[in-house]
Design a protein around this ligand. Sequence first.
Ligand code: PEP
Length: 251
Amino acid sequence: MRKKLVAGNWKMYGNLVENEQLLSAVIAGLNGLRDAQVAVCVPYPYLPSVQNKLQHTHISWGAQNVSQYEKGAYTGEISASMLNDFGCHYVIVGHSERRTLFGEDNRTVAEKYLAVQRAGITPILCVGETLAQREAGTTEQIIEEQLAAVIDLAGIETLSKAVIAYEPVWAIGTGKTASPQQAQDVHAFIRKKVAVQDIDIAKELTILYGGSVKAGNASELFAMSDIDGGLIGGASLVANDFITICRAVHN
Ligand code: PEP
């Protein structure tokens, strides 16, 4: 059966005190949900304290970005093996904020995906179209190009140890959510594209939806047959909302 996952993306929010309070509340709120696959992807400096807090719980942790390089004179960069030192289970790659604000193109995202894979960490690969691309009718073409860049570089077999997050750019942090059917259509398209190359990997591939998932809309999104959970931004910073969303995926 496909793994269901809810991953929080804290973005550039939090501090030591707030993180401690948030995680304490989330740990308490998820108590008893033993099968739950829940993760938080946190800013780099907080990895040691988050690792310390979560290591004996059922909640995993990870990072939001990584360098495509293994080591070298790359001032300010963080390698995948460094993330390994802090027990990261996941690394988000290709988030639309990285693509748009920091100029990451499909090739760079694919290189980062590969670096994460090589370190034995699970990449959460984000794909998604802008509003202009959706309105121009090119959603599928954009998603296909984003996927192809990764598959061509890293190989289809690497998707057996990866998670894909469909995140329409127009829905991230905007309060606009894709309708369950809109999201389902793109998830089914992604699965179909992977199935053309490897049907077994496609069946087992966890595909998350991200884009203004809230406590109030999570259940209807997660009820769709190809939606295997969520990548949650804003709502992952509010303990009760995040707990409700995590519970929704397991209902
Ligand atoms: C995200 O950052 O990946 C995201 C989906 O954000 P939000 O839930 O705030 O739209």
